[in-house]
Design a protein around this ligand. Structure first.
Ligand code: PLP
Length: 357
């Protein structure tokens, strides 16, 4: 039996979207491709209200490629990487693996990264790049990226501010102009509710200009090349065309629902889940910084999550245990993409009946 996914990604993909991937193949250098790709980037631009200096691009990769792109194409001398969970840790380590000096601004898992912590570090004038994870899927913490962006824009105009919005973009608030970021990226298997395999990134001219000054950008990670091809409405390398058809459809659906209603839907699912979690358990993130796409719940009753998932599986659902060092201490419910409040109520009432809550 197919298990409907309420894990922090991949999330459930509708049949309508799956069907989009069965179009006959086209050449990625043909006019038909240019039309498809122009349609997608135009719709991304409308959905995320992009001004002319912010360009969208779609890479055939999972989101992690963008850690490498930031490492290879953006960091000049030294980066400050905010680390408050497993994914931001991986981002920080990737920058180092790209051979770039990187300081880790480490914050306890479960706590958010605050603007004043960043300002204290950036005041040293050592850094040219800042990375922050918007929605730490490992801890369910939602970092205040717009407040951070405000201080970066006002006080450190030469910094390139890159945001990992892998598990929040197209669910939570991620308008580049509201955040004041220079780069923001996401994977398609999360809130975009597509199969894995593409990443969507929104990048401003300032970041593209920076990349031109950074040597040894690699090939797949060369951001300058990516945006040279964007001018022709193409990608530098052969993209996953079936997924692009699916993304084209997804952008139609997102535009129909509208950005603000998509956000409200995710907020309502999160609020319902949090209310339930607080009644029986505790939320893992510090109060006020809870993700609206992934709820990370402290397993204060030491319930058996593996057994729960087996029973949920028999009913056709799957949630997630904790991540990494939180594996046994927490469990996570991913409420993103196509899910709605009704679906979340159903799964929670099933959990209630299995656990006798
Ligand atoms: C916040 C965050 N960043 C990065 C990643 C890595 O994304 P991908 O698996 O698409 O490379 C994930 C995956 O779960 C994530 O949740």
């Amino acid at each position: 039996m197919h298990k409907k996914l309420l894990i922090p990604g991949p999330t459930e993909v509708s049949q309508e979207i799956l069907n989009e991937q069965t179009h006959p193949m086209i050449s990625h250098r043909d006019k038909e491709f240019v039309e498809l790709y122009t349609g997608i980037t135009t719709k991304i631009g409308r959905y995320f209200e992009l001004p002319s200096e912010v360009k969208p691009t779609v890479t055939t990769s999972s989101g992690t490629l963008w850690f490498d792109i930031v490492g290879r194409s953006i960091v000049q001398k030294k980066a400050l990487a905010c680390v408050n969970g497993a994914f931001s840790q991986r981002c920080a380590e990737t920058l180092r693996a790209c051979g770039k000096q990187t300081d880790f601004l480490e914050v306890e898992w479960g706590k958010a990264v605050k603007p004043e912590m960043i300002a204290e570090k950036l005041d040293s004038n050592e850094y040219d790049t800042l990375t922050v994870c918007h929605n730490e899927s490992s801890t369910g913490v939602r970092n205040p990226i717009a407040e951070i962006g405000k201080i970066v824009k006002e006080n450190y105009p030469n910094i390139i501010y890159a945001v990992d919005a892998v598990s929040s973009m197209a669910g939570d608030k991620t308008l580049p102009t509201e955040i004041g970021c220079d780069i923001i990226f996401a994977s398609t298997q999360k809130c975009f509710a597509l199969p894995p395999g593409l990443a969507v990134a929104l990048v401003n001219d300032k970041a593209i200009e920076r990349a031109k000054e950074v040597p040894n950008r690699g090939t797949y990670t060369d951001m300058v090349e990516i945006f040279e091809f964007e001018k022709k409405h193409q990608t530098p390398f052969t993209p996953c065309i079936p997924l692009l058809y699916a993304l084209n459809k997804r952008m139609d659906l997102l535009l129909d629902e509208t950005y603000s209603r998509v956000y409200q839907r995710h907020l309502h699912m999160a609020q319902y889940t949090q209310q339930w979690a607080k009644k029986h358990f505790e939320m893992f993130p510090e109060a006020g910084y809870e993700s609206i796409t992934v709820s990370c719940i402290k397993n204060t009753q030491s319930k058996n999550v593996k057994e729960l998932n087996q029973k949920l599986g028999e009913k056709g659902y799957m949630i997630s245990n904790g991540y990494d060092k939180l594996a046994d201490k927490t469990f996570r419910i991913g409420h993103m993409g196509e899910w709605n409040l009704q679906g979340i109520k159903e799964i929670i009432s099933l959990i209630d009946s299995i656990w006798g809550l």
